[in-house]
Design a protein. Structure first.
Length: 504
C-alpha cells in the first residue's frame, strides 16, 4: 500500500520539553491508522503538525510523495488534509449550515449569501450521512454528541484525502459511536485515509487496520491490529508490563448501610431512585447515556434540584441545599467534565488543590499561607502521581491524564466520607487509569465510600463490589460481583430484562 502521507524525522519542541522526537511514519492510501500513547506522548502535537496548526521545527511532511509545508489548518484543508481537533471549533450562534460551509457559502451579487441554496446544499450533505437535523438549527442547540458529529461532518465537507480525528468519541453515545465507525469504514472503502487518535484500545481493534504507538514523544513502533493484542500495545505505551490494571479488591466490610438515598425523583429525569452503600464499598452505577445517572449524583450533592427524596449518612438525615452543604457533610462529587466544570485551567495546580479548603490555609489575620499551600499541593501531587515540574504550573498546561488526577486529588484531599466519581477515567491513558484506580482502592480500604458512574463496563466490572443499572430514570437491576458480565448489565441498561427485586 503506497503512503498517502509520510512523516520523515519530524520534530517539535516547546520551552522545556521536546514534544515530538524525530518521528518517521507513513499513512497508507485508504488506510485507517490508529495512533495511541499515554497522555503527553506527543500524539496531539503530531496531529497538529499534520493538520497545519503547528509547524515542525525540523523534518519533512510529504503528501503523495511531494513535500508540503502548511502555515495554517486552512492550507492543509486546501491540500486535502482535514483535522478534527479535541477542542471543538463550532460557533454556537450559527446554524448547522453556516458551520459546515463556513467561508464557503454560495453567494450572489455583492457577496450576499444565497440562503435557500445553502440550506438545500446542507440538507443534501446531511442526507448523504443519514443525519436528520434541520440545517437551520443553531449549533448551541445540539447535544455534545451531535456537536461532535457536526464537527466531523464539517471536516468531511471539504472532501479530504486524509481525515485526522483526535479523540472523536469522547462525547459520543454508543449509538453515535457506532454511526461514526460505520461512516469511517464507508469512507475508507471509497479510498479516504484516516488517522485515528484514541485512548480506547477497544476502538483500535474495532476500527483500525494498523496501530502506531508513541511514548515520550517518540514512535515506539507500528503493527497491524491483527498481529497484536491489547496487552502488547499497553506494554509498548507505558514501557512496562501491566498485568492487572484494576488491582485486587478485598471487598467491603459487612457493615450496615452507610450512605442511603431514598425516593429520589425529578419530573422528566428520574423516578423513585433508592439505594444504599456500605462504608468502604465501591458501588457502580451503569446505564446508557440519558438514563439519569449523572442527574441523580448531582442531586445528591445539591448541584441540581430534586422534587422528592432524602439522603442519610450513617443513619442521620442530611439537609443538602447546595454543594457547600454536601462538602461540610463529607460528600463530594467529581464531575465528568474536568475542563468546563472541574478545574480552574488558568490557575496553578496549587491553587486548584487548595480551592475547596482555602480557609484551612488562611491566617488569623486573613492572609493566605503560601508555604503551607505549596507543601500541601506537593504532597497531593506525590500521592496522586501527578506529573508536573512544579505545583505552580497552570493545570491547563498539564496532559489530560494529569489534569484528571489533579481534579481527583483536589476533592480527595478534602478528607471526604463519600466520593461520587462521574466518569473518573474519561479521556485518560492506561497509566493514568492505573494510578486513579489505585487511589480509589486505597481510599476504600480506609473506609471511604465510593460511587462510580461509568459508561465503560470493563471499568465497573474491574473496580466495583456491586453494580446498579439505570434505565430511563429508574434503577432496573442490581448485579452482585459473582454475577458480573457485560451481557447481564447491558440487558438491564437497554430494558430487555425486567426489573428485578434488589438486594442491598
Amino acid at each position: 500500500m503506497a503512503d498517502l502521507v509520510s512523516l520523515a524525522d519530524v520534530r517539535k519542541a516547546f520551552p522545556g520539553i521536546v514534544a515530538v522526537k524525530d518521528v518517521s511514519l507513513g499513512i497508507g492510501a485508504g488506510e485507517i491508522l490508529a495512533l495511541v500513547g499515554e497522555n503527553g506522548a506527543g500524539k496531539s502535537t503530531l496531529s497538529q503538525m499534520i493538520g497545519g496548526a503547528l509547524r515542525p521545527d525540523s523534518g519533512r511532511i510529504l503528501l503523495e510523495g511531494a513535500e508540503v509545508s502548511f502555515a495554517s489548518p486552512l492550507d492543509a484543508i486546501r491540500a486535502g488534509i482535514a483535522t478534527v481537533f479535541q477542542e471543538l471549533s463550532l460557533v454556537g450562534s450559527l446554524s448547522i449550515a453556516e458551520n459546515i460551509f463556513a467561508n464557503r457559502q454560495p453567494v450572489g451579487a455583492v457577496n450576499r449569501i444565497r440562503w435557500g441554496e445553502l440550506y438545500a446544499q446542507t440538507a443534501a450533505f446531511l442526507e448523504k450521512f443519514e443525519v436528520t437535523l434541520d440545517p437551520r438549527t443553531l449549533a448551541k442547540r445540539l447535544s455534545k454528541g451531535q456537536q461532535q458529529i457536526l464537527e466531523i461532518l464539517k471536516a468531511l465537507s471539504t472532501d479530504p484525502k486524509l481525515l485526522v480525528l483526535d479523540e472523536p468519541t469522547s462525547s459520543l453515545t454508543e449509538t453515535e459511536t457506532a454511526y461514526l465507525f460505520a461512516n469511517i469504514r464507508r469512507l475508507r472503502a471509497q479510498g479516504m485515509s484516516v488517522l485515528y487518535i484514541t485512548h480506547k484500545l477497544s476502538e483500535v481493534f474495532a476500527l483500525a487496520d494498523r496501530v502506531a504507538v508513541m511514548r515520550d514523544g517518540a514512535l515506539v513502533g507500528s503493527t497491524g491490529t491483527a498481529q497484536t493484542s491489547e496487552r502488547q500495545i499497553i506494554s509498548m505505551m507505558v514501557g512496562r508490563e501491566i498485568s492487572d490494571i484494576y488491582g485486587a479488591r478485598a471487598g467491603p466490610r459487612p457493615e450496615a448501610p452507610y450512605l442511603e438515598v431514598r425516593g429520589f425523583s425529578r419530573a422528566g429525569k428520574y423516578s423513585d431512585v433508592s439505594f444504599t452503600i456500605r462504608r468502604g464499598e465501591i458501588l457502580g452505577l451503569a446505564g446508557l447515556v440519558g438514563s439519569g445517572r449523572t442527574e441523580v449524583a448531582r442531586a445528591i450533592v445539591g448541584v441540581d434540584r430534586r422534587d422528592a427524596g432524602e439522603v442519610l449518612l450513617d443513619g442521620v438525615p442530611l439537609r443538602i441545599g447546595n454543594p457547600r452543604d454536601a462538602i461540610r457533610a463529607g460528600l463530594v462529587y467529581i464531575t465528568e467534565d474536568r475542563k468546563d466544570l472541574g478545574l480552574f485551567l488558568d490557575m496553578s495546580l496549587r491553587d486548584n488543590v487548595v480551592a475547596p479548603s482555602l480557609q484551612e490555609f488562611t491566617s488569623t489575620l486573613g492572609f493566605l499561607q503560601n508555604g503551607r499551600m505549596v507543601a500541601f499541593a506537593a504532597d497531593a501531587a506525590r500521592a496522586f502521581s501527578i506529573g508536573t515540574p512544579s505545583v505552580l504550573k497552570k493545570v491547563g498546561l498539564l496532559s489530560g491524564g494529569n489534569q484528571q488526577k489533579s481534579l481527583i486529588a483536589t476533592w480527595m484531599s478534602t478528607d471526604p466520607k463519600v466520593v461520587l466519581f462521574d466518569e473518573p477515567t474519561r479521556g485518560v491513558d492506561v497509566g493514568a487509569r492505573q494510578d486513579i484506580y489505585r487511589k480509589i482502592r486505597e481510599s476504600a480500604e480506609k473506609g471511604i465510600t465510593a460511587l462510580i458512574i461509568s459508561s465503560e463496563l470493563p471499568e465497573l466490572i474491574g473496580m466495583c463490589d456491586r453494580i446498579l443499572v439505570m434505565h430511563r430514570g429508574t434503577i432496573r437491576g442490581e448485579v452482585q460481583r459473582v454475577e458480573f458480565s457485560e451481557e447481564l448489565i447491558l440487558s438491564y441498561a437497554t430494558g430487555l430484562r425486567p426489573t428485578m427485586d434488589r438486594r442491598s
